[in-house]
Design a protein around this ligand. Structure first.
Ligand code: UT7
Length: 330
């Protein structure tokens, strides 16, 4: 009997723009202060892509090229490329299409997947299916957002949180049982009220009125989302551990969505994890939506060991949330 094929992450790439937007910079834009931002969110600075004519795909292309270089493959070997994003370059064609063209992934097809801050986990789980089914050998999963394109820099409750960035992983078949082990993903559309963008879709197409009413920016009821996020991310992480008979001792790393340091701390406590096992880069990048989890993997890649158990966990707009168990493969 042939061995069960699992989907393993075999390379990681990432990219953040050079330009930094610090808490002190934001104090010049809105009525806020460095201490409030740092203590309420954990953020010290974020990266922003300000160059005219640059979009989410410009964040993704260097991340995908880095990943190919690290793994020593040509982009032509990529079978499929999935991009988790809520800030696509355009409604259509998909950002995945544009990236494939620009990196020279001539033999790939691809698509964008919209799941807000859970975009990377939803895309990863989708990519895993293509590998586990035996259909494809090389699937690239990207999480990327240019949040600065939908942030209202006169709204102090949202503009301090978000940043721009992209991370990407390569999925390949593994016969040692390494790679993605399990995933629990959830959605609840009734959460739409608390976090959404009011206009620009088919419900409220762009018009002079929607622009004047600032309806093309993120709308968030922060406190309500905070409460759902703390519960959702902690519950689903605990559920994943229980389902796989794991305790905090068995987990090498928690790789949490970076929305608020306080949400991350609550999840780690619930999982029984000491804080040295938690990847945190929110202080440097802010909340890059779909980008946060792969950017953590990118930053921590050199510390990861073959066989390490990682729990990836996210909560975001929609609501969408989930947790994924990964046995690191290299
Ligand atoms: O990533 C996807 C999902 N998103 C999330 O998970 C975000 C979840 N929510 C949060 O992280 C937090 O709710 C925020 C960081 C957005 C806000 O923090 P908070 O502790 O929930 O603040 P709050 O909205 O309860 O506001 C507390 C006070 C208010 O003042 P008053 O009414 O008590 O006088 C706000 O007006 O803080 C004020 N405030 C600020 N003060 C200085 C709100 N934003 C700021 C600011 N600077 N930037």
């Amino acid at each position: 009997m042939s061995k069960k094929i699992t989907a393993a992450i075999t390379a990681v790439g990432g990219y953040v723009p050079e330009e930094k937007l610090t808490n002190a910079d934001l104090m010049k834009l809105v009525d806020t202060n460095e201490e409030w931002i740092r203590t309420r969110t954990g953020i010290e600075e974020r990266r922003v892509l300000t160059e005219k004519g640059k979009a989410t795909s410009d964040l993704c292309v260097p991340a995908v090229l880095e990943l190919c270089k690290k793994r020593g493959i040509s982009p032509e070997e990529i079978d499929c490329l999935i991009v988790g994003t809520v800030t696509p370059d355009m409604f259509f064609p998909s950002t995945a299409n544009l990236i494939c063209d620009r990196v020279g992934a001539k033999n790939a097809w691809g698509f964008d997947l919209s799941a807000a801050c859970s975009g990377f986990l939803f895309s990863l789980t989708t990519g895993v299916m293509f590998i586990e089914s035996g259909r494809y050998k090389k699937v690239v999963v990207v999480g990327a957002d240019k949040m600065s394109s939908i942030v209202d820099y006169s709204d102090r409750t949202t503009c301090v949180i978000f940043g721009d960035g992209a991370g990407a992983v390569l999925l390949e078949p593994n016969e040692e049982g390494l790679g993605i082990q399990d995933s629990i993903l959830k959605t609840d559309g009734s959460g739409c009220n608390y976090l959404h963008m009011k206009a620009g879709g088919s419900l409220r197409p762009a018009s002079f009125e929607t622009v004047a009413a600032k309806q093309h920016y993120i709308y968030q009821e922060g406190q309500a989302v905070f409460k759902f996020a703390v519960k959702g991310m902690a519950d689903v992480s605990a559920e994943l551990m229980e389902k796989n008979n794991l305790t905090g001792e068995d987990i090498a790393w928690l790789v949490p969505h970076q929305a608020n340091k306080r949400i991350i701390d609550a999840t780690a406590n619930r999982m029984g994890l000491s804080h040295d096992k938690v990847m945190i880069n929110i202080n440097r990048y802010g909340n890059t939506t779909s980008g946060t989890i792969p950017l953590c993997l990118w930053d921590w890649e050199s510390k990861l060991k073959k066989g390490d158990n990682l729990v990836l966990a996210a909560f975001g707009g929609g609501f969408t949330w989930g947790a994924t168990l990964v046995k690191w493969a290299y």
